[in-house]
Design a protein. Sequence first.
Lengths: 297, 470, 90
Amino acid sequence: MKRSLLFIPGNRPNMIQNGLVLPADALIFDLEDSVLEEEKDAARTLVASALSSLDFGLKELVVRINEMSSPHALKDIEAVVPAGCESILLPKTEHSDDILELDRWLDTVEQASGIPPGSTSLILLIETALGVEKAFELAKASRRVKALALGAEDLAADLGCERTGEGTEILYSRTRLVIAARAAGVEVFDTPFTDTYDEQGCFLDTVFAKKLGFDGKLSISPHHLAPIHKAFTPSQEALENALEVQQAMQEAQREGRGAVALRGRMIDMPVLKQAERVIQWAKAARMLKGEADDESR
Amino acid sequence: MSRDNKVVATLSDAIRRSGLKDGMCVSFHHHLREGDRVLNLVLDECARLGIKNLKVNASALMACHRPILKRIKDGTVSHIECNYMHKAVGGPISKGLLESEVIFRSHGGRPAALTRGESVIDVAFIAASTADRAGNCNGREGKAAFGSIGYAMPDAEMADHVVIMTDHLAKYPLSTASIDERWVDSVVVVDSIGDPEKIMSGTTRITRDPVGLLIADYAAKAILASGLLIDGFSFQTGAGGISLAVAHYLGALMREEKITGSFASGGITGTLVDLHEEGLFEKLLDVQCFDRDAVASIGKNAMHREISASTYASPASKSAVVDHLDVVILGATEIDTNFNVNVHTDSNGIIMGGSGGHSDTAAGSNLSIIVAPLMRARLPLIVDRVSTISTPGSDVDLLVTQFGMACHPDNDELRLRLLDANLPVFSMEALKDKAESLTGIPVRRLPEGRRVASVISRDGVLLDTIKSRV
Amino acid sequence: MKLLNHAKAGTLESGDVFVTVTPGEELLIHLDSPVKEQFGDAIMDLVRKVLEEQEVTSGTIELSDQGALDCTIRARLITALERASKGDVS
């Protein structure tokens, strides 16, 4: 479970280096919107070089390639996948055919570089009305797809409305994406908050996203990581409750029961699922002893 | 001139009256920072009067003091003692411009040397933003206000002859006599003691760099884990971006845990003033004001107290503020595997700094924390042996970088507390290896020429020497 | 790789290296760096290694380094060489 996925402009060596230490759960090296057209080649080579030489620790390594309709996408894949990219973030996803083609390219590249077939996963960035409409179909288009993510800035433009702080204009898109993702059995990440220095605003936006069912949130600034993590990190009390629930259900299942009473409250599958989500976030936040990073000491 | 009016017409007159002769020692403070005009003015006048081989004892030499190089070349100045030397002066000194060795002390060691008689000031030239005709003066009022005049107080008390230089003569008697008339020999009024724009850096700013903030966040968490963050807590930090960010994060922790600190000390900035005004620190002990907010505060708040450098950090005082300090946040250009810290020279061994209050606060405080990035433009922070020892490793407790922290091996209790708090603790060697795995192992060629400076510890003992770069 | 035109890559930002490549008869490498003393030799070795890998045996390579790590120097150099082998006149 990734609470935070931080965008890193792919043509900025200094920012790529910062990625070594920033506490994001995943890093998204961007070859698309943050890179000028005439620098696409430079960014791709830089990101590939960084991925193959630098040790980013336990963070997931994602690359946002250029759109499938651009002349860059295939070259992007060929450079970054052999270098160690674990997931591809596909921008402006609208057509299953694009996903299938990407799937085939990945098969070829994985085979050519001796990477286990199917190991590169896909995160689909939904940024248009058509993308929202077809979200479920897109999520099911390939086994590589492991998550949907919302890109509300482009989406708002496509919808013909202005982006606002309270986000009413994207409310439907947010919940629609959560539904599509759950129905397809994949994860779902919320759109980035855009005011770089408004940490409280980012926190409230993330709390709202969590309420809607999002698993984590995209981030365009390191200043947003603390508020995002604060919103997604369970309290010690919530974690202890969740662990209790998990244990109670395990006992119940051993005894062949599907539900159990825990301190006057009925615990069944839906409650267990919620508890498991809490435990996943706690793991991402390194709250569980024994899950601690063994790089220390 | 008479006992009730010590104002003399010109600087030249003041110098003549002081009896300044070849080979004597003159002193200056650096409270006017990069806006100072006084040091250059005085040395130029000495040159005009044909005085030679002066010893300059300045609390610090800033970039604006570059003209001192001319005075060295023409023989006006032949010796320098200071606690800090900007690269603009340090570069040429490292190349061997001065025949004698520079004596580097610390903010506490300088008054201690005066007290012990190891250093003697014949004539102190003390810039004050306001003074009366008897020489009562302060740095709070006037167009060139700079706040605390702490570094000049020992000079006033221990120099043979004291000249106050001001650009704002006020009516006798001044309400606040930071330096009292009983020490003063003469008063000179000049057009301008300093450029107000350059005296203060406006407002000092907390860094916005995410890596700097990460380091600061780790440092604040380390302070919390240390067990020292309880009511009565005392704290000092620098004016750099990361140092101020530590104060900011610490403030948040103190708010959450409802902790009231007893004092914050040192160079005072708006950030510390805010924490004090919020009630998180009861008092401010100020030896130097770093920005306008601090200057404004010292003038109107009795809880914001001006202190002399002797009170602040002198080991020759019966006690000093640094002895009461719980935590100090410090910087470093280099640190070695024995935790020795260098703030005097850069990676090429060229003089670009000095201890300031570094060695004093590290020695006096309960917990001294060095905050620094693991590398600066590919240059690793951690080396096998620093090119200059500014503060000995035995006084340094913790290094905090963006890649993790290293605790001095003698401080097991701290180490266990940090690990218990799930903080990323590594050995110094492991952090060094981490840096080198990214940067490669640097080739190190240390200066091999003749000695150009001695680093004297606060106790008056030779700590290290600096050689010239041939 | 055959160098056909002048090309550049990278920026003067901290942590980056600005590389220019010009076709020429001899191989000339010029390095400007704030860490020349500490890493100059290592950087030159890396540049020569990359040139060898890319089969470039002549040309003028100029590097204006701002403390870039090896992976960045390698990337910027390769990009400049690739751009120089396109035959673009821009």
